[in-house]
Design a binder for this molecule. Sequence first.
Ligand code: IFM
Length: 480
Amino acid sequence: MTTHSAAGNADYRDRGLVFPAGFTFGSATASYQVEGAATEDGRGPSIWDSFSRTPGKVWNGDTGDIACDHYHRWEADLDLMAELGLGAYRFSIAWPRVIPAGTGAVNPAGLDFYSRLVDGLLERGIRPVATLYHWDLPQPLEDAGGWPARATADAFERYAEVVGGALGDRVHTWTTLNEPWCSAYLGYGQGGHAPGRHEPAAALTAVHHLNLAHGRAIQALRATSTGDPEYSVTLNFHVARGRGDRADEAVRRVDALTNRAFTGPMLRGAYPADLLEDTASVTDWAFVADGDLATIAQPLDVLGVNYYSTVTVQMWDGVSPKQQHDGHKAAPRGTAWPGSDGVLEFLEPPGPYTAMGWNIAPEGLEELLVSLRGQFPDQPLMVTENGAAFDDVVEGDGSVRDAERLDYLRRHFTAAHRALARGVDLRGYFVWSLLDNFEWGYGYAKRFGIVRVDFDTLERTVKDSGAWYAQLARTGVLPD
Ligand code: IFM
């Protein structure tokens, strides 16, 4: 591998770095964010259909009804991926398209859509990387209690059996869940995400049932997949920077609640003792039944790592005005920190920032990957999301010169390369996102795409960052 140039060392703006042969360069999207066709071909309602229709929940009242219209334009989108030279496409399957009520009847038209998509990818030499759950829970399951109800994990196992049977002969990598931290804490604690509940104990119950759903789904996918797929999960790890007298304690708490609440049961077969202590005022974790932890701890071929920025945190001293920095998601009313609300104080991290208000910190990615290698030495890793929203300007000729996004990607690919050079078994990297899309509580106001989508005409335009990434994907060398 090429060594770092002197100029690139300080700020991660390197070039000419050579990635290992076989390194996967991909891009990612998620069903509710791109598909549209919300009521077509038998798709049932999801919690995001309901949430986005609730006044005040999503910027501008935007919904995923049309989104990027990927449901109808998927062939052209696959052609675009092929033109960009992508080796893999990470997409998610909409549970309410496949089993519209969450339980009960299977919708063959929904399965057919994903079957055509998978075939289309394979025809173009692009590996299908399919996520089962990227937040679009069928609404009837939420009506029956949502993720805090154990029955939701039962329903997820059956859904996994159905998609494993239909697509498991061709999918290259199965991913059970995307960012269960968001589903549990933002969905049931803080309430900035669907279903918008503010119940700290329910958030922790949801953590466990998501973990359980993951383990059960891996078993179901293994039982039904007739090909030779790889198995994975994607977590959004928090890289915390501590401040104040008890900086280490603050970082430990964030790590327990956000990272080890998932890696503990999934990769070690146990919840961390400090997590149980930190949350004892909220729940006694009696919902963890005998045998659950053994079910959750399934061997994984690859661990998906989503990384965008860091968090800065200190223990609240009870005196200073409590600051809440929530660059992460829409304004909170509840808490994303059950057991640590009023204990931890979140501070504005040092800039620069993206249009989301997230700080740009490529060194955090390197540090995270190296730390995961230290914690789980035999676990291959994959960056399953990284990217940035900026306020793009469309030039007179229609082009988008998104130098800031390109720079962000350059720095983070440099960080990944440095982690590789330090011995991390990193298999690939998926840029978030292929297309500008529905950015949850921010609607269409925030653009992460390396391809612009004009939401009036739905026309796609490859941005400068997309052209740059295509060169990286084709050559395996970090371009100028
Ligand atoms: O758009 C989201 C994606 O759905 C999950 N990870 C973070 C992205 C940017 O917020």
